[in-house]
Write a protein that binds this ligand. Structure first.
Ligand code: NAI
Ligand code: MG
Length: 791
């Protein structure tokens, strides 16, 4: 019998192992024991714990469990290094990044083998995906370092960045964090995940070899409490985190009120949508990559398969057949598809979730394939069908080699199912119909959309989530922007409110005659009485009663949010149309300039005419921006383009500052509306009448009902309700430090994006600062759509 013919039918593979020797030699050169890398030197190992090879469950090395004192030493080193590092020219910083990229390429085999041994991922992936992308990231950011000042004028680096990363792409996540931070001029303290610290420690040696100045990069190893020591350290200026949504929310709360910058890249439950006209074989190969790449331990894994009903049976048959050819085995074997999960605890977590999914009615399919003998964290690829969207496995991130399948009938149903999740990291679309693909992509609430492809990444293309998948982007221009802040922010002074004066009259009714004069709220395009039936007096600077407004409560907020969400069609009206409406709004405000000026004067005693003029001008400014603040097309190395689309955040809560009753609201509302958000506005608590008057302008300006809703009342109380409301996607609060902190902490519930003034005085009349992209950037999120393209 011909041996080759036999192999051809059985498709048996011989072993093709990559040698572990380089990595073992490196480990033993360090006596298999590591301290931290702080201020350019290795600390003596402290209390250590083992990092294991999950394919064998045997220890590889002992690493140090970082204490708060270790973190403090690292922060001090980073702080000391910052002035010199940030003062280098971009060219000089860029050369260091370039040197790091070169050295990573030079040592790529060691990196790949070490990564695979520590993490369990197949060598094919660490060698062909992780490490090349790491090098690419440093190369790309060498260029950003050089061009930073030109491309981000009037911006400065944060200072010291605390970076906490997960175990699924240990070195790649390090690169995503460190490259832009250094390019921007920051120094860093990075903590790798406790399961996978080794390549970060090897990276420290690369920094030494590149002669990176001491203290610019500090690596502190340890577990969650070491991470917590970073997030709570008072001398860290920005936190960048990738990991579970649960820990992301803890970090959001821990950093609330501190003024630290924050970016969060969290979990996902990304849909993988296959339409009936898809190239099925390609879609199946893509799916293998989407859910079994890295054993499914991928934040953007295509873990929810949505197949059009008419092809469901055929698709699942083919899929099962393909699953039976996947090879689970020694991660160092070059012909293995699926390696080991990161640790026994992850195997237990995944197994538990699968059990739950079956108990809740799902049907499990696992191919009859061998697992390697002798233990190790191996699982077979799994498919769960027959689930409803409410099944735990259909809604929770499993983070393992488990695919969950559901079917749909129409494109509308596909979109509804796809978006039926608290996450919004990525989505994949398969169809041969370009019109259908480009019709669905904008409807998906996800930060990355892949068309007829999946799991494409590149340093030039931003990556990050919508909704509870976090905020901020890594990669490209947006990624650079998240490591920079406006230079003027450090000059902000505390806001000092004018001392409140007592009302002249004991009985406020004496001044205004009748309760009917209480200004109404404005909800869903209609005037609304406050649910409470109570009103609040509005006083002049001398304490005279100027009028009354409703005292808004939870119910009023609920109605306003409902109306605002119902009006979200605003975000898909054309930018030209939004611009026209904002121009019209400005024009109609100008017609009533005298009336509004008088009202401002009555409430504040200040020159109302100039505030009205500034408000009209600001509306014009953002009308002008509506059709200009748009996206980009990136050219990654893949045969694709990625269109970076600027999208609205959704429904925003805006709590205007106490001062400038008209401009204070307009300066914040105009950019939000221009970018297609719908808004629940709480106008100045002290002087709300300018905005309750504003409904008349809205009504004559074609602003669709529900696009702008106005609820009056106590700012602090309404801020809390809004910050906790799941129907709000982002919240801006201008006011005191204590309420700012509360808003940021309460926003953790659904990971809202926030902007708060933290008791500082933002002079919103400053056109230079606030008529440009400052608020536009904060009112939008970028969706990167990857489209096959190329000659
Ligand atoms: P994790 O979110 O706990 O760990 C990520 C990083 O955060 C690690 O470096 C960890 O030491 C650190 N950390 C933990 N608690 C912290 C705290 N209170 N303050 C600061 N840093 C802290 O993720 P874990 O426990 O390793 O995995 C649990 C689950 O999370 C996984 O099963 C998976 O579902 C999900 N996960 C998702 C990731 C993603 O990228 N979407 C990445 C890692 C985990
Ligand atoms: Mg390990």
């Amino acid at each position: 019998m011909n041996k080759i013919a036999e192999i051809f039918t059985s498709l048996d593979y011989g072993p093709a192992p990559e040698s572990p020797d380089v990595a073992l030699a490196w480990l033993s050169a360090h006596d298999n024991t590591f301290g931290h890398f702080i201020n350019g030197a290795w600390t003596k190992p402290g209390k250590t714990f083992a990092t294991e090879n999950p394919a064998t469950n045997k220890p590889l090395a002992q690493i140090t469990d970082g204490t708060a004192a270790d973190v403090d030493a690292a922060v001090k080193a980073a702080r000391a290094a910052f002035p010199k590092w940030s003062a280098l020219s971009g060219y000089q910083r860029g050369k260091y990044l370039y040197a790091i990229a070169r050295l990573i390429q030079k040592h790529s085999r060691l990196f790949a083998v070490l990564e695979t041994m520590d993490n369990g991922k197949p060598i094919r992936e660490s060698r062909d995906v992780d490490i090349p992308l790491v090098a690419r990231h440093f190369y790309h950011h060498a260029g950003w370092a050089q061009h930073r000042e030109r491309e981000f004028p009037d911006h400065v680096p944060y200072g010291v960045c605390g970076q906490i990363i997960p175990w699924n792409f240990p070195l790649l996540m390090l690169a995503w964090k460190i490259a832009p931070a250094l390019a921007a001029g920051n120094t860093v303290v990075l903590k790798p995940a406790e399961f996978t610290s080794l390549t970060a420690l090897l990276f420290a040696e690369i920094c030494e070899k590149a002669k990176l100045p001491k203290g610019v990069v500090n690596i502190v190893t340890g577990e969650g409490d070491t991470g917590a020591a970073i997030t709570s350290h008072p001398d860290i200026d920005k936190i960048a985190f990738t990991g579970s949504t649960e820990v992301g929310k803890i970090i959001r709360k821990a950093t609330a009120g501190t003024g630290k910058g924050l970016s969060l890249e969290l979990g996902g439950k990304s849909p993988y949508i296959v339409f009936d006209d898809a190239d099925i074989d390609s879609a199946i190969e893509g799916l293998v990559d989407a859910i079994w790449f890295n054993q499914g331990q991928v934040c953007c894994a295509g873990s929810r398969l949505l197949v059009q009903e008419s092809i469901e049976t055929r698709f699942l048959e083919k899929l099962k057949k393909r699953m039976s050819t996947l090879r689970v085995g020694d991660p160092l074997d070059k012909a293995v598809d699926i390696g080991a999960l990161v640790a026994p605890v992850q195997v237990a977590r995944v197994t538990e979730l699968v059990k739950k999914g079956i108990a809740e009615g799902g049907q499990l399919y696992e191919p009859d394939i061998d697992l390697p003998p002798g233990g190790g964290c191996f699982l077979r690829p799994a498919l769960i069908t027959g689930v409803s969207p409410a099944n735990t496995v259909a809604s929770e991130e499993i983070f393992g080699p488990v695919l969950v399948e559901m079917s749909f009938r129409t494109p509308e149903e596909a979109v509804a199912l796809a978006n039926n999740t608290r996450y919004g990291l990525a989505a994949t679309i398969w169809t041969e119909n370009v019109n259908l693909a480009l019709d669905i992509a904008p409807k998906l609430k996800a930060g990355v959309v892949w068309i007829n492809s999946t799991n494409n990444f590149d340093a030039a293309v931003g990556f990050g989530g919508y909704k509870e998948s976090g905020f901020g982007r890594e990669g490209g221009r947006e990624g650079m922007a998240s490591y920079l802040k406006p230079a003027w922010e450090k000059e902000l002074k505390p806001f000092v409110a004018a001392a409140p004066k007592a009302a002249k009259s004991a009985n406020p009714l004496d001044d205004i005659g009748s309760i009917d004069q209480t200004a109404k709220m404005y909800i869903g395009g209609k005037q609304a009485r406050p649910d409470s039936g109570y009103s609040r007096p509005v006083l002049s600077p001398t304490g005279a009663l100027v009028g009354e407004v409703g005292d808004g409560n939870r119910k009023d907020i609920r109605n306003a949010v409902e109306a605002a969400r119902a009006a979200l069609g605003w975000s898909t009206t054309s930018a030209h149309n939004r611009a026209q409406i904002l121009y019209f709004l400005a024009e109609n405000l100008e017609y009533r300039a005298d009336e509004f000026a008088a009202r401002i004067k009555a409430q504040t005693g200040e020159d109302g005419a100039s505030e009205v003029a500034a408000s009209v001008e600001r509306l014009f400014a953002f009308a002008g921006w509506a059709d200009k603040y748009d996206g980009a097309v990136h050219n990654p190395p893949q045969r694709m383009v990625a269109t970076a689309m600027v999208e609205a955040l959704g429904t925003m809560a805006i709590l205007a500052p106490p001062s400038r009753p008209l401009l204070g609201s307009i300066a914040l509302v105009a950019p939000a509306l221009a970018m297609g958000n719908t808004v629940v506005l709480v106008p100045s608590e002290k002087s709300p009448l300018s905005m309750t008057d504003f409904y008349q302008v809205l009504e004559t300006s074609d602003v669709p009902s529900g696009v702008l809703n106005i609820v009056t009342g106590e700012s602090k109380v309404l801020a809390k309700t809004l910050a906790e409301h799941d129907g709000i996607d982002a919240i801006w609060f201008a006011g005191d430090a204590e309420t700012s902190k509360m808003v940021e902490a309460a926003s953790a519930g659904n990971v809202k994006q926030t902007w708060t003034s933290r008791g500082l005085y933002y002079d919103l009349s400053d056109k230079q600062k606030f008529e440009g992209d400052y608020f536009l950037r904060r009112a939008t999120q970028v969706k990167n759509v990857w489209i096959p393209y190329g000659a």
